[in-house]
Design a protein around this ligand. Structure first.
Ligand code: AVJ
Length: 327
């Protein structure tokens, strides 16, 4: 790389750190205190999330893997109903452990497409790029690191073809319900008639099954949440004593919201950069929502955001749905 690209990257990383700090400061000033789960995914967070996906309690991975491994032909035929070339844009691609089965299948079919994975973690994108250059060396791929809509906009500028958007793994569940509606409406505005979106929704089911997926007995999910405090210490010159916080998970079967909190185990003060925050004993910090949906919810979201619900594929237990909507 030339000096100027190195300098540019340093500049970008400074801006990212500045945004991170502003978000943390703003979140800790709120009541209840709040930290945004999009910041979970640094290098250590990525590896903890991969551990979560491998846990027996975290059924979501196996459900969607069942769909991608056993119903690949069906997915491909919905995506390729229109036989035109397309750009396959994946929001929150991670290491593409599920979509890789679809990519392999489409390649075998000799489909004319380009794969454009978007992720907030540059670390996981470089893992993904390595993996795909080994498994699918002649895949046309363009990685985009950043926030969903910034990168979707960039992808649109790079693309003149039909768009197929993948948003898998119930990543959509990390938004509050009103943000889900806003997000899908915005997404629709960014698409043209004939474009397709495939969205993975985790379905409402027996409440303890859901709770256990986010409250595993080995404490991996707890470590995943607590890692954000470590990350804030590492990157924002903060002094959280991480042992003085405890992971607490809830699931409300009425609303379908599964929420995680970190509870301050004692009264304490924490410095984050140049600001100091006061925590009461037992004060919660709200960390993440993992929303669960009914099929009826997904249809309502589609129609309210201007999409046409087109097709559903579920795993054999009907715990998870991948919905296809057309613009
Ligand atoms: C990556 C958003 C799908 O909410 O299920 C897993 C993240 N958090 N365990 C989810 C997560 C705690 C996960 N998503």
């Amino acid at each position: 790389a030339t000096t100027s690209t190195i300098e540019k990257n340093i500049e970008i990383s400074k801006q990212n750190t500045e945004h991170f700090k502003e978000d943390v400061h703003a979140g800790l000033r709120q009541s209840p205190k709040y930290l945004n789960s999009k910041y979970f995914y640094d290098q250590y967070g990525d590896s903890l999330f991969q551990k979560i996906m491998a846990m027996p309690e975290y059924y979501l991975t196996r459900c969607e893997m069942d769909i991608f491994k056993n119903q690949t032909a069906e997915i491909a035929s919905v995506i390729r109903a229109e036989q035109t070339p397309f750009d396959l844009i994946e929001l929150g691609a991670g290491d593409a452990s599920k979509s890789i089965h679809l990519l392999e299948y489409l390649k075998k079919q000799d489909a004319d497409f380009r794969y454009m994975p978007i992720d907030i973690s540059g670390n996981i994108l470089s893992v993904l790029e390595k993996k795909l250059s080994k498994h699918l060396p002649d895949l046309d791929i363009e990685c985009l690191q950043g926030e969903y809509f910034d990168m979707l906009y960039k992808a649109s500028q790079l693309s003149t073809r039909r768009k197929v958007i993948l948003f898998l793994g119930s990543n959509i569940g990390n938004m509050e319900m009103e943000d889900v509606y806003r997000f899908c409406f915005e997404l629709r505005k960014n698409l043209n008639k004939g474009d397709v979106v495939m969205i993975g929704f985790d379905l409402k089911k027996e409440p303890n099954t859901i709770l256990n997926a986010y409250n595993d007995s080995n404490g991996v999910t707890a470590a995943f949440n607590l890692n954000l405090l470590h990350r804030i210490n590492r990157e924002l010159d903060a002094d959280f004593i991480v042992d003085q916080f405890e992971h607490y998970e809830t699931y409300d079967p009425v609303s379908g919201a599964c929420r995680s909190y970190l509870i301050s185990l004692q009264e304490q003060q924490v410095n984050v950069g140049d600001q100091t925050f006061h925590f009461l004993e037992n004060e919660p910090v709200y960390m993440e929502v993992s929303q669960k949906f009914s099929l009826e919810d997904t249809r309502k979201i589609a129609s309210q955001s201007g999409f046409e619900p087109h097709y559903n594929i579920m795993d054999s237990r009907e715990w998870f749905v991948d919905t296809f909507w057309t613009a």
